[in-house]
Design a protein around this ligand. Structure first.
Ligand code: GLU
Length: 507
C-alpha cells in the first residue's frame, strides 16, 4: 500500500447526536491516519437543511474531544482546504454541477412532488418500485424529455428544478473495497439521484465527492450504509475525469444489537439500559435526555478500547490497548466483514479494567465532586484509603460514590431481607457483648480486631459469619461492601461502635 499522503476524513451530518457507530468510524479513520503520519480531517456535511438539528455539530465536536480524537483540520482550527462546513462551500458546488451539465452527465428536472407521487403510483411495475432512471426518465418532466426552449422558458418563469445525474445504461461499475474486496454493480439498478436541489445546495453525493477530491482524501473509511452509494460516487469521479486520484474505499461492518438481529439503535439502549451516545444528549425539540457514556461513568480510554475491538481484531489475544498500541496494531485488513454484535457487559468489563489501572489519586478527582455535592468534608488521605478498598468493585465511575457512601454516612435503614436471613435469637446479645470487648482494644487495627474476633467466636462456639454478618448490617445497613474488618478500621473505633449501638436500637 502506498502510504504517502494519507488523508482521511470523518464527515458527519449534524442531524442529531453521534451514535457509537459514528465514533467507531471516526476512531478507525484516526488510527489509520496516525499510523501512517497522515491527516485526519473533520468535514461537517450539512447541506440538507431539512435535517439540520441545532446543537448537533457542537455535540459531535465535544464527543470526539472527550474521546481524545484530535483533528488536524476542522471547522474550528481551519486548514488548507477551509471551509470545512459544506453549507459554506455552496459556490464551489455550483461550479462543479455546471461541469456535469456541460458534459451531459446531469440534467435538469422540473417534476413536482405531486408529479413524482403520481409516477410512483402509475409507473411501479409489479414488485418493482418506481425508479427515476433509464426506463422512466423520458416519461418525466426534464431537460431530456422537453425541448431546449421549453426548458429555458420554465427556468425564466421561475419554475423550481433539481439537477439529476444521468446514469449510463447497461454498464458494470466495478471497484475494490479494502474490506469487502471486489464490488460489482450494474448501472441499470441505479437511479438518477438528485445531485443539486432547488434550494441551491448540493445533495450529499455531489458535495461528498467534490470535497473528497478537493481535500485530497486518499481513503474513504465509512459505515456500510454508504456502500450502495459508492457506485454512484465512482461514476461521478469518472464523469469529472478524476478516476486516477479517486480515494480508496473501505466500508465498515455494521454494529449489531446484542442479540445480533439488526442494527444497534438508540431504542436498544433504552430497552436494555445502556447508552448508545458518547455524551448525554438533550433533544432540542422534545427535551428528552439520552444517556451518555461519559455521564454514566465510563472512562474515554475504556470506551475507545471497546469500540476499537468492535469490528476489528488485532490477530492476537490482547484486549487492553492504549491509544498508542492501537495506532501501532491497527490495519484495515483486520476489519471483519461481518457485523459486530454490541455487548454492553463487555463495555463495563473494559471500564472496570481501566478503573483498576487508574491511580487512586486520579479516581479521587472523580469522587471528590460527589462528596462536595453531598456536603461531605472528608480528609483526602482518608478518602484515598476508601478508594483503595472499594476500587475492585467499581465498574463505573459513578460506583465510586455508590460503594463508598456508607463510609461517610451512617445507615438510615437496614436491609430487612438480609436481617431475616442472618438475625437469630441471641444475635443482639452476641453483638453487644462483642462491642464491649471491642471498645477496649488498642490499637483499633485489623490485626488486633482479627485476634479478638477469633478468640470471641471460638469461646462462644459460633461461626465467624454469625458475628460478622450482623456487624456488617449494623455498620453499613446491608450485606454490601469490602471486608468487615477493613470497614471497621476505616470507620474508626468510635464511629464503628456508635453505629453498632445505634443499629441495635433501630434495627
Ligand atoms: N455525511 C455522511 C454521514 O453522515 C458521510 C458519509 C461518508 O463518509 O461518505 O455519515
Amino acid at each position: 500500500m502506498n502510504t504517502a499522503g494519507i488523508r482521511v476524513r470523518f464527515a458527519p451530518s449534524p442531524t442529531g447526536p453521534l451514535h457509537l457507530g459514528g465514533v467507531r468510524t471516526a476512531l478507525y479513520n484516526y488510527l489509520f491516519a496516525r499510523k501512517f503520519n497522515g491527516s485526519f480531517i473533520l468535514r461537517i456535511e450539512d447541506t440538507d437543511q431539512n435535517r439540520f438539528v441545532p446543537g448537533a455539530e457542537e455535540y459531535i465536536i465535544k464527543s470526539l474531544q472527550w474521546c481524545g480524537l484530535e483533528f488536524d483540520e476542522d471547522v474550528l482550527k481551519g486548514g488548507p482546504h477551509a471551509p470545512y462546513r459544506q453549507s459554506e462551500r455552496s459556490v464551489i458546488y455550483k461550479e462543479y454541477i455546471q461541469i456535469l451539465l456541460d458534459k451531459s452527465h446531469a440534467y435538469i428536472a422540473f417534476d413536482t412532488a405531486a408529479g413524482l407521487e403520481e409516477a410512483r403510483n402509475t409507473l411501479s411495475q409489479g414488485h418493482e418500485q418506481f425508479q427515476y432512471g433509464n426506463k422512466t426518465r423520458l416519461l418525466m418532466k426534464n431537460s431530456l424529455s422537453m425541448t431546449a426552449d421549453e426548458v429555458s422558458q420554465r427556468i425564466e418563469r421561475g419554475d423550481r428544478y433539481v439537477i439529476r445525474v444521468l446514469i449510463p445504461e447497461n454498464q458494470t461499475v466495478v471497484f475494490h473495497d479494502l474490506i469487502r474486496g471486489e464490488v460489482k454493480v450494474h448501472t441499470d439498478t441505479l437511479d438518477d439521484k438528485v445531485l443539486f436541489k432547488s434550494d441551491g445546495l448540493p445533495t450529499y453525493h455531489l458535495a461528498n465527492v467534490v470535497d473528497d477530491y478537493l481535500m485530497k482524501i486518499s481513503h474513504v473509511i465509512r459505515g456500510e450504509e454508504w456502500l450502495p452509494s459508492a457506485p454512484l460516487h465512482l461514476l461521478l469521479y469518472r464523469f469529472f475525469g478524476w478516476e486516477d486520484c479517486m480515494p480508496q474505499f473501505a466500508h465498515l461492518p455494521l454494529i449489531l444489537k446484542p442479540d445480533g438481529n439488526g442494527k444497534l439503535s438508540k431504542r436498544d439502549g433504552d430497552r436494555l439500559g445502556f447508552p448508545v451516545f458518547p455524551l448525554e444528549w438533550k433533544d432540542p425539540v422534545s427535551n428528552d435526555i439520552s444517556h451518555g457514556y461519559k455521564e454514566d461513568g465510563y472512562l474515554p480510554d475504556a470506551f475507545i478500547n471497546m469500540l476499537a475491538l468492535l469490528g476489528w481484531n488485532p490477530g492476537t489475544e490482547q484486549e487492553i490497548f492504549t491509544m498508542a498500541e492501537l495506532i501501532a496494531a491497527f490495519s484495515l485488513d483486520r476489519i471483519n466483514k461481518a457485523g459486530a454484535k454490541f455487548d454492553p457487559s463487555k463495555a463495563r468489563w473494559f471500564n472496570h479494567k481501566y478503573i483498576q489501572q487508574k491511580p487512586d489519586e486520579e479516581l479521587y478527582n472523580y469522587l471528590s465532586p460527589e462528596l462536595i455535592a453531598n456536603g461531605i468534608d472528608a480528609d483526602r488521605e482518608h478518602v484515598l484509603h476508601i478508594i483503595g478498598l472499594i476500587k475492585e468493585r467499581v465498574e463505573l465511575l459513578s460506583d465510586l460514590w455508590k460503594h463508598s457512601v456508607f463510609f461517610f454516612r451512617a445507615p438510615e435503614s437496614y436491609d430487612q431481607q438480609v436481617k431475616q436471613k442472618i438475625w437469630q435469637e441471641g444475635t443482639s446479645f452476641i453483638v453487644e457483648e462483642f462491642a464491649i470487648l471491642a471498645s477496649k482494644i488498642e490499637p483499633f487495627d485489623k490485626e488486633t480486631l482479627h485476634q479478638l474476633i477469633e478468640e470471641f467466636t471460638t469461646a462462644r462456639k459460633i461461626k465467624m459469619g454469625q458475628l460478622m454478618n450482623p456487624l456488617r448490617l449494623l455498620a453499613v445497613g446491608s450485606n454490601q461492601g469490602p471486608g468487615m474488618m477493613d470497614i471497621a478500621v476505616l470507620l474508626g473505633k468510635e464511629e464503628f461502635l456508635k453505629r453498632i449501638y445505634r443499629g441495635l436500637k433501630n434495627i
